[in-house]
Design a binder for this molecule. Structure first.
Ligand code: F6P
Length: 522
């Protein structure tokens, strides 16, 4: 990174801006709100409450040019190998695209047939050709998957489930704790339930353990044939799914080039398409596709994900702000926080660059949050008065879909009130009641919680994540950091089951002995 002369200039600019208040930034640039806001159909982002000015934006855009961000995005869209450690393309944009704008690497026939399979499955559920035992109509799909195999579909389902026709309901199971699958199966009619096991690798411990419970639940209630007929899989590992007991024709393929946290748009979303209907599913993909076109075509300064990424880059590396709160002022968008957390932290939480050399720059904020106004009663104390400012994304939906204009108005007022308090603060002679203000936030407004707008919002965060990674020379598409703990868990399980070896580190041994002693007394 030494060769980029913009970095020292950005560091100098940061020293100056640290000392500049928002009051001065707005006073010095009357056009500030307009200058740092972008409006696209359905979505508006106001970055004017971030600690940037024209000079910083110039430098950031110059750095983006030096890092050839636009070229990298183009390569990704064209299906070039952008995931270097796994020697793969990243095809999530292709997954939501149309056959006429597929990258050359993607076989249009495979692509068509994958889409057609989703459509056929959904029509089969609708017209009663896909049924449960006794030809009963399917009323629930239990979607079993974890991480990227759950968070996208769950976020979209929660957001849209009330506004769209729903002949089929979804229940999600991720956690290894059997409480999760027990709760999900509780009260369901086995003959009207499909199990959708979603795992790219089909080796994920949590998913397989839960899938086994679901499979035997079906078999216990309906006999072995139903255990087969009513279990489906989405995977890149067909063989494993089949040997698990999923009939071959009930396996949906997931290409290797679609990473878990970017996989919503692929067959990973099939249960979602079944619950919300094909029309809504397509609107979701179209929304994401519209954001793809924007990110590929808009110049840096008018490019919403690019600006978001440049500001994150600036906050993390120059203003030295390691956190990021994501606060959707919408109950239905609450799961967006976990989705974005995985997206940003699993993609970008890395200490080496794509070429294996030590990372000079930080690409992963510590993401947390909750739905506003709940978050106001939990984390906002620290956001307003904590020692380290935490940049906040405040997301609001402008159209009320709950038929409660008054309460919706209160929700919006709360969001605006918090954004203003964070920025302006309030002087008080009593230090306990003093609000320093000057805390950065971005306001994102969605016209409506439609499938199209939601697709745009999710693709916006995806592109932000990828651009941020590229600015820091990090590969966002692998996740080697999740391996070690998983393999240790397998070893420790043997020890918990009575094996004497292998020995672990002293601290782990101590806890292990305590657990064993407690369990042997019970
Ligand atoms: O957390 C690691 C991870 O590999 C994620 O990247 C992925 O989304 C999740 O586990 C689930 O993996 P799979 O789809 O292979 O079960």
């Amino acid at each position: 990174m030494e060769r980029y002369n913009t970095l020292p200039d950005l560091a100098k600019a940061a020293a100056k801006l640290q000392e500049t208040s928002f009051r001065d930034l707005f006073a010095n640039d009357p056009d500030r709100v307009h200058r740092f806001s972008l409006s696209l159909p359905c979505i508006h982002a106001d970055f004017s409450r971030q600690k940037i000015d024209r000079q910083v934006l110039d430098l950031l855009c110059e750095f983006a040019e030096q890092r050839q961000v636009a070229g990298f995005l183009q390569q990704m869209a064209e299906g070039k190998t952008v995931n270097s450690s796994q020697n793969r393309a990243a095809l999530h944009m292709a997954a939501r695209g149309h056959s006429n704008d597929l990258p050359r690497q993607v076989d249009p026939e495979n692509w068509e047939s994958a889409n057609q399979r989703i459509t056929d499955f959904v029509s089969g559920l609708d017209d009663g050709t896909v049924t449960g035992a006794d030809n009963r109509r399917i009323s629930t799909i239990v979607h079993i998957g974890i991480g990227g195999s759950e968070l996208g579909p769950k976020t979209v389902y929660t957001a849209l489930k009330r506004s769209v026709r729903q002949a089929i309901k979804l229940r999600f199971v991720a956690n290894l704790d059997p409480a999760c699958i027990n709760d999900a199966l509780s009260g369901l009619d086995p003959a009207a339930t499909l199990i959708m096991v979603v795992s790219k690798s089909f080796t994920t411990l949590e998913t397989l353990a839960n899938a086994k419970i679901a499979q035997s639940w079906l078999q216990q209630h309906l006999g072995k044939p139903a255990g087969h007929k009513q279990i489906f899989a989405v995977t890149n590992n067909r063989e494993k799914a089949i040997s698990f007991g999923v009939p071959e024709q009930q396996v949906f393929d997931l290409p290797e080039e679609i990473g878990g946290r970017f996989s919503l748009w692929s067959s990973v979303g099939v249960s979602l398409a079944a619950a919300l209907g094909i029309k809504t599913w397509r609107q979701l993909l179209d929304g994401a596709r519209a954001m793809d076109r924007h990110v590929l075509q808009a110049p840096a300064r008018e490019n919403m994900p690019m600006l978001a990424a440049l500001i994150s880059f600036w906050n993390l590396n120059f203003l030295k702000l390691p956190g990021r709160a994501i606060i959707p002022y919408s109950e239905r968008l609450a799961p967006l926080v976990s989705w974005a957390q995985q997206l940003l932290m699993e993609s970008n939480g890395k200490s080496v660059q794509s070429d294996g050399s030590p990372a000079a720059l930080c690409a992963a904020p510590i993401v947390f949050g909750d739905a506003g106004t709940n978050a106001q009663h939990a984390v906002f104390q620290a956001l307003h008065q904590g020692k380290t400012p935490i940049p906040v994304d405040l997301i609001a939906v402008l159209r009320d879909r709950e038929n409660n204009l008054e309460q919706h108005r209160q929700v919006l007022a709360n969001m605006l009130g918090q954004a203003s308090a964070l920025m302006v603060g309030r002087d008080s002679e009593d230090p306990q009641k003093h609000f320093a203000g000057n805390r950065p936030s971005t306001t994102v407004l969605l016209d409506d919680l439609s499938a199209f707008a939601l697709g745009k919002l999710l693709a916006f965060y995806e592109h932000e994540t990828v651009i941020l990674a590229h600015l820091c020379a990090i590969n966002p598409f692998d996740q080697w950091g999740v391996e070690l703990g998983k393999s240790l868990a397998a070893t420790i399980e043997q020890r918990l089951s009575g094996a004497e070896e292998p020995k672990l580190d002293i601290a782990t041994e101590a806890v292990l002995q305590r657990i064993k002693a407690k369990q042997s007394n019970e």
